[in-house]
Design a protein around this ligand. Structure first.
Ligand SMILES: NC(=[NH2+])NCCC[C@H](N)C(=O)O
Ligand SMILES: [Mn+2]
Ligand SMILES: [Mn+2]
Length: 321
C-alpha cells in the first residue's frame, strides 16, 4: 500500500476546477466542478490525509464569452475557445505538478483532457495515460462525425495526421506531440466511431473494451493494463495520468452525463480501477470529467456527483477496510 506517492514528495493534491462545456453541445457540464466541490470533495480529500490546494475554479468567463463568435473551422465546433482553454489548463496542471502537488482536474467536458495530459507530460515526460471512458475520444478533425472536440483530445495529444490545424498547432504542434501511441491504454470502451476504430488499429493502441472487462474481469484487466504500460509483469513504477470520463460507468450508475452509453462499468468496477491505481503509488494526475448535473432528474444528478466524489476518493486512498 502506497502512502506517499512515488513520484511526488508528499501527499499533496491541487484541485483544478474547470467549468467548461465548449467541447460539446449540451448545457450544464460546466457546473460539474462546482457541484463536486459543494458535495464536500475538498474535506473528503483532507480526511484521507492529503494536503489540499484549492483556491476557487478556473476563470474561463472571458473565453466562454467568445463562444457565440467562435465560428466553425471545418467541422470543428468552438475551435478557438476549446484550444485556448486547453492551453491554459495545460499550464495550470504543469505548474502544480512542478511544485510537487498532484493535479486533480474536475470537468467540464473531456476536451479538457488535451490540456491536462499535456501539462502532466511536460513534467513527467515518461508518463503513461490510462483513459477510462465509453468513448475513445480519438477522432481527428477529419474523422469526427459530430465536430465536438470532446471526442478528439487523444488524437491531438498523439499528433495524429489531421491534427495539424489552427489554432491548436500554434501551441501544441503535432511535430512536438508528447504522447506516444504505446503509452495509452483504454478501459471501458463501447461506443467507438468507425474512423476511431481504424486509428486504434493502425496505431496499435491498447484498449480493453467492455468485452474484455466481461471476459477477464476488472481485476485482470487493470493488471494487464498496468503490465502493458510498465513493460513487465508486476512492474509498477511508471508514472500514470488517469483520465476518467464518468460515462465509462453504466448510465444506471452515473446517469447525469452528456453522452451516456449502456453496457458500462458497474459501481464497483469503476471504483476498483481507482483503488488499484492508488495502490501502485504511481498516479501523477487524475481527471474526473463529464459530470453534468443539469441532465436528468435531481436524484440522478446527486447520484452522479456522489459517485464522482467517491471515484476520486478511491484514487486518493480510500479503502473498504
Ligand atoms: N468525452 C465524450 N463524452 N466523448 C463523446 C464522443 C462521442 C463521439 N465519438 C464524437 O466524436 O462525437
Ligand atoms: Mn465518454
Ligand atoms: Mn471522454
Amino acid at each position: 500500500m502506497a502512502d506517499t506517492p512515488k513520484h511526488y514528495p508528499a501527499k499533496s493534491v491541487s484541485v483544478i476546477g474547470c467549468p467548461f462545456s465548449g467541447g460539446q453541445r449540451r448545457m450544464g457540464v460546466d457546473t460539474g466542478p462546482n457541484s463536486l466541490v459543494e458535495a464536500g470533495l475538498i474535506d473528503q480529500l483532507k480526511g484521507l490525509g492529503w494536503q489540499v490546494g484549492f483556491s476557487g475554479h478556473q476563470a474561463f468567463e472571458d473565453v466562454n464569452k467568445e463562444i457565440a463568435k467562435d465560428e466553425d473551422i471545418g467541422v470543428m465546433k468552438n475551435p478557438r475557445v476549446v484550444s485556448e482553454v486547453s492551453r491554459r489548463v495545460a499550464s495550470v496542471v504543469e505548474q502544480h505538478a512542478r511544485n510537487g502537488s498532484m493535479p486533480l482536474t474536475l470537468g467540464g467536458d473531456h476536451s479538457l483532457g488535451l490540456g491536462t495530459v499535456t501539462g502532466s507530460l511536460r513534467v513527467h515526460p515518461d508518463a503513461a495515460l490510462i483513459w477510462v471512458d465509453a468513448h475513445a475520444d480519438i477522432n481527428t478533425p477529419e474523422t469526427t462525425p459530430s465536430g465536438n472536440l470532446h471526442g478528439c483530445p487523444v488524437s491531438f495529444l498523439l499528433g495524429l495526421p489531421g491534427t495539424d490545424v489552427e489554432p491548436f498547432n500554434k501551441w501544441t504542434p503535432p511535430s512536438k506531440a508528447l504522447l506516444k501511441p504505446n503509452s495509452v491504454v483504454y478501459i471501458g470502451l463501447r461506443d467507438v466511431d468507425s474512423g476511431e476504430r481504424k486509428i486504434l488499429k493502425e496505431n496499435n493502441i491498447k484498449a480493453f473494451s467492455m468485452h474484455e472487462v466481461d471476459k477477464y474481469g476488472i481485476g485482470k484487466v487493470v493488471d494487464m493494463a498496468l503490465d502493458y504500460v510498465n513493460g513487465g509483469e508486476g512492474k509498477r513504477e511508471r508514472p500514470i495520468h488517469l483520465s476518467f470520463d464518468v460515462d465509462a460507468l453504466d448510465p444506471s450508475v452515473a446517469p447525469s452525463t452528456g453522452t451516456p452509453v449502456r453496457g458500462g462499468l458497474t459501481f464497483r468496477e469503476g471504483h476498483y480501477i481507482c483503488e488499484a491505481l492508488y495502490e501502485t503509488g504511481t498516479l501523477i494526475a487524475m481527471d474526473l470529467m463529464e459530470v453534468n448535473p443539469s441532465l436528468m432528474q435531481e436524484r440522478d444528478a446527486e447520484q452522479t456527483i456522489a459517485i464522482g466524489c467517491s471515484l476520486i476518493r478511491s484514487a486518493f486512498g480510500e479503502t473498504l477496510l
